[in-house]
Design a protein around this ligand. Structure first.
Ligand code: NDP
Length: 585
């Protein structure tokens, strides 16, 4: 099996790594247009002084705003590209979009808002509505600047503020800036030869064109009834969209490069009797319990008990006496669980050739595990055809269709389920420059790779707080990390405002010490996308990271250990590792 996995990986390694993808710029800029707002929005430009500017109105930005309010900080603005709150859940409205992590732990602030999701795995419209609920309940709408992009950020050393300009002409002078720009937020296209020649209709999954397809996220797409549709990609997004496309289109071609592993979903409506048993504090307890389980910690109970906790269940190899024995048992458990995934394909998909092509041959965490109960069965429909490219990818796109192994598949509509940019150019991903002390850009400061304290602060860029995965926490339930980062940022800002501290920035030594912590974690290895994995965004498309890229690593492994670092820091010597500039006034 090891040899099979290796050969499947080698088949897919390509010299162009991340550069195989096309960003949505230039002739592709139309793919990035917001289809959910009325065109022609205008508003007067603002000139304001603020305590905090938050960049991003997804869960990260919203949680930051909520935690600031709870800390008594109310002078803030949220700048957001979309036409509403929601981030990922604003953009991703493709049919079948749903949360893969249990909704009772993924949707934040359930106890605070008094809301209980309708199902164990909430669908996208419900999650988007929850974002709006948070916006209303915490009075965030009045702070929001939607359909607005930050263009430039300059640190003003005399005023000790960030001067921020936007594409709407705003001039915002903020004491602190929180960047909650999200991860996996910039859609990308596959750099397939001929892509620019396609004459049919096409769009990316994160900008679903319901005007063309008809229907909505949960209803049949009636206008596809006479259409031949192609979808490129079979990642977590495609897995959710394909059953709906299969049910709506006259003909559906699914172009596959690497199959996803599809575990059991078993979604259930929320049991009202269970809801009655919930005691105050239940959500935080459940969130921590899940993160502990998927961080490899032992707990008395597994409260969530789903596909994720099953994957991370290591009870089998806890009895190992040596690390070598543990590694061997872990690998055997992985083979066995992937064998279950492959057996499920064989049991559901009737055509044996299609079934074989849908079987994933790699370790469980090489690619994002998926969970779905209708995806595989969709390939039993007479109008759905899997076009497997045997790891090579689509050969060519023509004005009228898609070519694989020399054969053209004619399509009227082409859907790109090709994922999102992953890059080690942090400011490039944000789309604006951050010029810190002395006008030095963050890009220059990080020319040899990022240097941070807790992944949040960076020397030379005072009062800037970044929420990202760079030298910071990573979690299966990512909202958990965002909330911890939010609480941390709100604590620091509240302390500074209260104590007349006008500027903070990490000391050289604190950054160095933090890097040593990250290095130590790196040596322990990461659960995701190891070097022997099939290529994908988890492992930099299979390319070995250089020394600078290595510095983009997350605090690997145990997520709760990262959270404990932040919590312990807040309980220890006040603002340790940060150099403070106090107000003279
Ligand atoms: P992915 O990056 O996971 O998938 C992109 C797909 O496009 C892959 O199947 C890739 O193949 C394929 N592809 C790329 N280039 C070509 C080509 N030239 N020819 C054929 N196929 C090609 O993006 P997704 O949008 O699916 O998911 C991104 C992430 O978003 C997920 O990993 C997950 O973290 C999150 N997500 C979460 C969801 C949830 O919670 N429910 C739902 C959806 C997404 P290959 O694998 O070979 O590279």
């Amino acid at each position: 099996m090891r040899a099979k996995y290796r050969s499947e990986r080698e088949k897919r390694l390509r010299p162009n790594g991340n550069t195989q993808y096309i960003p949505l710029k230039g002739i592709y800029a139309d793919f990035d247009k917001d289809p959910y707002v009325e065109p022609g929005f205008t508003r007067p430009a603002l000139t304001e002084k603020l305590d905090v500017l938050i960049v991003g109105g997804g869960f990260g930005g919203m949680l930051a705003a909520v935690r600031l309010r709870q800390a008594g900080v109310h002078s803030f603005r949220i700048v957001e590209k979309g036409g509403d709150f929601g981030g990922t859940w604003y953009w991703n409205r493709y049919p079948g979009a749903a949360c893969d992590v249990e909704s009772y732990i993924y949707l934040p602030l359930l106890e605070e808002t008094g809301y209980i999701p309708k199902e164990k795995y909430a669908k996208a419209p419900e999650i988007f509505a929850h974002c709006q609920r948070i916006g209303r309940q915490f009075d965030l709408y009045k702070a929001a600047l939607f359909q607005t992009l930050v263009e430039q950020m300059d640190w003003d050393e005399d005023a000790r503020r960030w001067n921020v300009t936007t594409n709407r002409g705003d001039r915002l002078a903020a004491r602190f800036v929180i960047i909650a720009g999200g991860i996996l937020h910039k859609a990308k296209l596959p750099g397939i030869p001929g892509i620019e020649t396609f004459k049919g209709h096409s769009f990316h999954t994160s900008r679903w064109d319901y005007a063309y397809t008809g229907g909505g996220p949960t209803s049949r797409m009636a206008r596809l009834a006479d259409k031949r549709v192609g979808i490129i990609g079979t990642g977590a997004t495609a897995v959710q969209a394909i059953p709906h496309l299969g049910a709506s289109a006259k003909q559906l071609y699914v172009f596959q490069r690497t199959p996803s592993g599809i575990g059991v979903r078993n979604n259930q409506p929320t049991d009202p009797e269970w809801v009655k048993t919930l005691k105050p504090g239940w959500q935080q307890e459940r969130i921590r319990n899940f993160t502990a389980r998927v961080s490899g910690r032992q707990t008395d109970v597994d409260l969530v008990r789903d596909g994720w906790t099953y994957i991370f269940d290591d009870s089998e190899f806890r009895r190992a006496k040596t690390p070598e024995e543990a590694a061997e048992l872990r690998q055997l458990a992985d083979f066995r669980k992937m064998e279950e995934i492959r057996a499920r394909v064989a049991a559901i998909v009737k055509d044996p050739v299609t079934a074989e092509a849908l079987k994933p041959y790699y370790y469980q965490l090489c690619k994002r595990p998926c969970f779905h109960d209708e995806y595989l069965d969709t390939f039993n429909r007479p109008n759905v055809q899997l076009v497997d490219t045997d790891g090579k990818g689509v050969e060519r796109i023509t004005p009228t269709g898609v070519v694989v192994k020399g054969k053209e598949y004619p399509v009227d509509c082409l859907v790109y389920a090709s994922g999102f940019e992953v890059s080690s150019d942090y400011t490039g991903m944000l789309g604006f420059d951050i010029r810190g002390r002395g006008g030095r850009s963050l890009r220059d400061s990080w020319a040899n790779g990022p240097a941070t304290l807790h992944g949040m602060h960076s020397r030379g860029h005072p009062n800037l707080m970044m929420f990202s995965t760079i030298q910071s926490g990573w979690a299966i339930n990512f909202v958990h990390i965002l909330d911890e980062q939010s609480q941390h940022a709100a604590y620091i800002i509240e302390r500074c405002l209260k104590r007349g501290i006008e500027a903070i920035e990490p000391s050289e030594q604190a950054q160095q010490q933090w890097w040593e912590v990250i290095l130590g974690r790196l040596k322990m290895g990461s659960a995701l996308g190891g070097p022997e994995c099939t290529p994908g965004y988890y492992n930099n498309e299979g390319a070995k990271p250089g020394p600078n890229e290595m510095r983009y690593a997350s605090f690997g492994g145990d997520t709760l250990a990262f959270i404990d670092v932040l919590r312990t820091w807040r309980q220890g010597e006040e603002l340790a590792g940060l150099e403070l500039t106090r107000s003279l006034g």
